[in-house]
Structures are given as C-alpha cells and as structure tokens.
Design a protein around this ligand. Structure first.
Ligand SMILES: [Zn+2]
Length: 344
C-alpha cells in the first residue's frame, strides 16, 4: 500500500501547434482534434484509474471546442495546467513583460473555459529562460515542470532542421534553441528548487525566486527520454525492446530513488487517420491499437511501482524535504534568451 508516488502529465498540443512548429502554412486555420482526443483521454485514464495533469494551450481553451475539452477533463478530475497561450517553442526569446502577458492571457482563457486558476506551467518545447521563472513567481505559480534533463534535445533539433526543407531563414532563427540546450543535461532529474535573489533591473525590483521544479523524468544516468512518445516510437521497431527499455528505466528510477514524472502527448492516443498530415511525426504511421497497447503497458508498469498522482501533488510532496537548488541563470546558457537580464 505504501508505494512512493510518481506523476503523470499530458501536454495537450493541438493539431495546429505541430503544424506550426513544422512550418506548415495552413496551421493558421488552427485545425483541432480536441473532440476526439477528449474521448480517448478519458477512456484511457478511466481504464487505468489515473487523473493526470493536463497542460492546455490558451488559444485552444479560447477556441470553439476549447470549453468542452477543459470542462470534460476538469469534471473527470484532472488538474489543468498552463502550456502557454500560443505554444511558441521560442518562448525563451520573450521579454519579461511579454512572458507575464502570455501567462496572464493563458490563465484568463483557461478560467473562462471552466478551469480553476492554473498552479503549474510547462513550457512549449522545453523553452525556458530566467525571465520565465521570475514571471511564474510573480504570477504566483506553485511549480514549473519544463525541465527535460537530457543531451538529446540539440540532437533532435539538428535532425529536425536538416530534414525540414520548407522553413524560411527567420523561421530557422526562431527555432535555434528548439528542444533545449546541451546545458539542460546538467540539471537534476529529480524535483528541485529554482533559486534567485531579489534584484533591480531598469529601476524595477524583481522578487526573489523560489519555485519548485518537477522535471520530466529521463532515464537515470543515461539521460535519454523515457516519455511515452519515445517508447511508442521504439515499439514500432521492436515491442520487446520497448518493453525492456521501460522496465529498465523504472528499475534505474528505483535504484536511484527517483520518483518519476511521466510525460504523455496527444499523439500517443491518436493515429494518422485522426491527424492527417502529421506523418512526419515519429510513430504516426503506427495503427492506434498498437499505440494503445504500448501505452497500457507503460501505465501498468508505472502503476506497479508507484502511486500515480498529478503534478500539483508531486510538487506539493517535496515541500519541506531537502532538495537540490539551482540558480535560474543556468537557463541563459546554451540558448539565446531575451538579452535584458539582471546583472548579478
Ligand atoms: Zn507542447
């Protein structure tokens, strides 16, 4: 009965946001798969008796099908977190004021759609900056969960930029830090606290930062991703290898005392017929049944070892226990963030 806890969060990236990151011009029509996704999520969550956090994009909450999505998940018992308003993976380029506006706008949209004020935030494309952490503190967030402490982000970006021939020069500029920096691999894999002293910038006093971070767990030591999309993609080559991979990851989590946070994506529950045109995305050529079987295996493996909770409860659980601390300035390394940084 006394299992340690692990958390589950789903980033509700919509059809249009994948198209936008990919540089497809028709993203502006904002195609959405939220109605079918709502049903798939609730079916899968009920089957496993889990109530994950769902990080919703503000523009989706404000769209015609947004309130139904937000309300169905809220009524089911999911925590609704903020996943920014526009889902721009170059959020690290935003100024402090732009960040505050983006966060506030998202909160307003989520609340108008029927959710309580979000307590947690996950950055699109793991695009963090020191200013982002300050903005989250200023707007009274309980936790951030945007860290993916892997070295694979820059490798994935190189692959993405090399295989994408349609991006313009300025689109390439925006995507220069897509999927994170190599420095991120040096961040903790277990929950920790972001810290920064109070300081003055341009005559404005910025508050001190103390903010709980619940990273998306990566394979301990090897620092490679273990989120569902990667494991499902791997299962397209070999189901036994994918199963062995997740079992090994959980064994390493246990051995290192890591209480993991598992990341899910809509595409784990959708196939090519639900989102035509996303064939470029890994795993989108797999039939839905195969993906679901693998996702079931992952969720059962987690449930065997852990009591599965949402991110807010995971963040709450580390309050009062000693955890590592990291200065927010580390986020300015390896990615060109908005240049107006405090000098301290
Ligand atoms: Zn996202």
């Amino acid at each position: 009965m006394n299992k340690p806890l692990a958390s589950i969060g789903l980033d509700a990236d919509n059809f249009w946001s994948y198209k936008r990151t990919h540089g497809d011009a028709d993203w502006v029509e904002r195609p959405s798969y939220l109605p079918v996704l709502t049903e798939r999520m609730i079916t899968s969550f009920s089957k496993h008796q889990i109530k994950p956090s769902v990080f919703v994009v503000g523009a989706d909450a404000a769209a015609a099908d947004g309130p139904d999505f937000v309300q169905a998940l809220t009524e089911y018992g999911c925590e609704i977190g903020s996943h920014s308003y526009e889902h721009e993976p170059w959020l690290h380029l935003y100024s402090p004021q732009e960040l505050r506006d983006e966060l506030k706008r998202t909160e307003d949209a989520l609340q108008a759609a029927g959710a309580p004020k979000p307590r947690g935030f996950r950055a699109p494309g793991f695009a963090m900056s020191p200013d982002l952490m300050r903005a989250l503190v200023e707007l009274d967030y309980d936790y951030d969960c945007s860290v993916l402490a892997t070295w694979i982000g820059p490798v994935a970006r190189q692959y993405y930029l090399r295989t994408n021939k349609t991006l313009t020069k300025s689109e390439r500029e925006d995507r220069k830090a897509l999927f994170g920096s190599l420095w991120d691999a040096g961040l903790p894999n277990k929950p920790f606290t972001w810290k920064a002293p109070c300081c003055e910038v341009d005559g404005r006093t910025l508050p001190a930062v103390q903010l709980t971070e619940v990273p998306v767990t990566v394979f301990p030591m090897a620092r490679v991703p273990i989120h569902a999309s990667y494991v499902i993609y791997l299962s397209g080559y070999s189901v036994p290898v994918a199963k062995a991979y997740i079992k090994a990851a959980l064994a390493f989590c246990k051995a290192t005392g890591t209480q993991p946070s598992l990341l899910l994506h809509p595409l784990d529950l959708l196939d090519g017929s639900d989102a035509p045109g996303l064939e470029f995305f890994p795993g989108m050529n797999m039939p839905l049944g195969k993906k679901q079987e693998m996702l079931d295996f992952i969720l059962e493996a987690f449930a065997k070892q852990y009591r599965l909770v949402n991110l807010a409860e995971h963040a709450e659980s580390i309050k009062g226990i000693p955890v590592r601390e990291r200065g927010i300035d580390v986020l300015a390394r390896g990615r060109e963030v908005n240049p107006a940084q405090p000098k301290n």
